[in-house]
Ligand binder design. Structure first.
Ligand SMILES: [Zn+2]
Length: 213
């Protein structure tokens, strides 16, 4: 009922061009965004994670799409992003070498406020399409940090330090892990999550993000 009322007051519109569309992404813009897909793998040195796979560069249409996508529950877009990741054969081949997907967790308070964790929803879709188990019972966010995008480089690092906690240590021992997040900017969140996972014995970590800034 609430959804019906909301749809009436704020009819679903394409996140990119604003045209009314119940999927929040019109077919024309979907094609335009698809053409921007990169699916690039960076080899990372001197960090706690070994690889970074990003689906898009965080710019132009993609930026617009992700910004609007993040702050409301648009199921179709979870599918869209997960499909873009999973349908690429090169991605598939790489990702299937890993044991589990861990979505970067949100703090309980933020989760209550927003009602869902977008990254978790995409991880859920990936679990279904790639058959890699999604584990949200391992990493938790114990400090309710300031939103990273509001901070500069150095501040981001200290803001996120010791914000994550690991349960079920033994489950990650010697495992290859995909750490899923939405946007990669300075990599401070990825680094901190990876540090905790490596301390618990994880063997290798691939950071997978929708877009790299
Ligand atoms: Zn559109």
């Amino acid at each position: 009922m609430l959804e019906f009322v909301l749809n009436f007051l704020f009819p679903p519109a394409c996140c990119v061009c604003g045209k009314l569309d119940r999927n929040w992404l019109c077919p024309k813009c979907e094609k335009r965004v698809e053409r921007l897909e990169k699916s690039c793998v960076d080899q990372i040195e001197n960090k706690k994670y070994e690889k970074l796979l990003y689906l898009f560069q965080y710019e132009s249409l993609v930026r617009k799409l992700i910004l609007r996508y993040k702050f409301s529950n648009k199921a179709y877009l979870n599918h869209f992003f997960a499909n873009r990741i999973a349908q690429n054969e090169k991605n598939q081949e790489l990702l299937k070498q890993y044991d589990m997907i861990i979505p970067v967790p949100m703090h309980k308070k933020k989760m209550q406020k927003r009602g869902y964790n977008q990254t978790e929803l995409v991880a859920n879709e990936l679990e279904k399409s790639l058959g890699i188990p999604m584990r949200k019972d391992i990493l938790s966010k114990v400090v309710n940090t300031t939103t990273q995008s509001k901070l500069g480089g150095k501040a981001r690092q200290s803001n996120i330090q010791h914000a994550f906690f690991i349960q079920n240590d033994s489950e990650v021992e010697d495992k290859k892990i995909i750490l899923l997040d939405d946007i990669y900017t300075t990599g401070a969140t990825s680094e901190e999550c990876s540090r905790v996972l490596k301390d618990a014995g994880a063997r290798e970590i691939l950071v997978l993000v929708l877009a790299k800034d």
